[in-house]
Design a protein around this ligand. Structure first.
Ligand code: ATP
Length: 349
């Protein structure tokens, strides 16, 4: 069993920056877990603290039932892929990948066979005899990933493992990583600032900001019910609509329309109405506005409506239903998809 238990963890840099600020987190055994958040929120620092590479100011990390305070990185049972890959420049790709096996004195033939197997899954087969200096950034990244996979550690820690790959390779590597992780049921924590990647890959996601976890949940939970407006803003390839509204007689007035609101709010309470562009549909009445722009997203188009008081509302429509710029359109939320947040604290009501 190799779940990760993080309790009250704080990491402070000598310059006084508290990069991880009293964080509690439990990653289940065999889980594929994403740390997601904007640049500087403390993702890498948290990963390094799990690996034992950052001294902790408070709290503890345990893997399985083993508390790791004072345990050096090499004895923690973790493999980590860094952002700068840290490949051995004098070794070939095959030797780099097989290095963990060589350290364990596995037979030469097995080293080569294992390197070939992992390399095939990451589209590196043609590059096994090259050295890192003869590889592109994305190829180096995949080599580093392959080497970490070959370690067969209890826990795999990946810092932006796919950031340097083009769209197609990224998809391929993503599928491979997920399949591999499933097969081995390898507890894996990966850092990303790419919400689409986190949603696609992870069993659960911790959305971080300023050294803390803002929301912890499955991709579906985080996408469909962001716990606050920060998460709502961060998740989704088209940004969620966050519109100012006012509670009135059991409903909410918003951009000149009356929406069904959360019960029990005193009249006049300011709220933020959240609704994803994907969860709005054209209707007879509702939020009404003029089409200001139409952007092609491939299968769908993102339509921006300018409603009363200049409020902008985005919705996606099937490409064939694209309205003309300037047309008047009313939209309504798919039932159950309107969210309401406190105007002050931004928390989900
Ligand atoms: P990114 O996505 O940009 O890699 P991140 O979420 O991984 O960001 P960290 O690298 O963990 O964030 O940094 C968290 C905070 O700690 C930032 O404010 C950063 O400036 C600061 N920080 C990181 N490393 C150091 C260091 N060695 N010394 C001082 N401050 C640091």
């Amino acid at each position: 069993m190799a779940g990760i238990d993080i309790t009250g963890l704080a990491v402070e840099y000598p310059n006084g920056v508290r990069a991880v600020d009293g964080l509690d987190l439990r990653v289940a055994d065999g889980e594929l877990f994403a740390l997601l958040g904007p640049s500087g929120c403390g993702k890498t620092t948290l990963l390094r603290a799990i690996a034992g590479l950052e001294p902790v100011a408070a709290g503890a990390v345990a893997i399985g039932s083993r508390e790791l305070t004072g345990v050096p990185p090499g004895a923690r049972g973790v493999a980590m892929v860094f952002q700068d890959y840290a490949l051995f420049p004098h070794m070939t790709v095959a030797e780099n990948i097989a290095y963990p096996l060589r350290v364990r004195r596995a037979p030469k033939a097995r080293q080569r066979a294992e390197a070939e197997r992992v390399a095939a899954g990451l589209s590196l087969s043609g590059l096994l005899d090259r050295r890192p200096g003869q590889l592109s950034g994305g190829q180096q990244q995949r080599t580093a990933l392959a080497r970490a996979i070959a370690v067969e550690a209890d826990v795999l820690l990946l810092d932006e493992p796919l950031s340097n790959l083009d769209a197609r390779l990224r998809l391929e590597a993503r599928t491979f990583l997920k399949r591999w992780q499933r097969e081995l049921a390898l507890t894996t924590v990966f850092v990303t600032h790419d919400q689409a990647e986190a949603l696609a890959l992870a069993d659960r996601i911790a959305v971080m900001e300023a050294g803390r976890v803002r929301q912890l949940g499955t991709p579906r939970e985080v996408f469909q019910r962001p716990a606050d407006t920060f998460v709502a803003n961060f998740i989704g390839s088209t940004p969620m609509n966050l519109l100012d509204g006012t509670a009135r007689d059991g409903g909410v007035e918003c951009a000149g329309a009356r929406l069904p609101g959360p019960p029990g709010l005193p009249a006049g309470t300011p709220v933020v109405v959240g609704v994803r562009p994907e969860y709005l549909e054209v209707a007879e009445d509702g939020l009404t506005g003029r089409v200001s722009t139409v952007e092609n997203l491939g299968v769908t188009s993102l339509v921006t409506l300018e409603c009363a008081d200049g409020v902008l509302v985005g919705l996606t429509v099937p490409e064939q239903d694209e309205p003309a710029a300037g047309a008047s359109l009313s939209v309504r939320a798919v039932p159950g998809r309107l969210l309401f947040y406190g105007a002050g604290d931004g928390r989900l009501l």
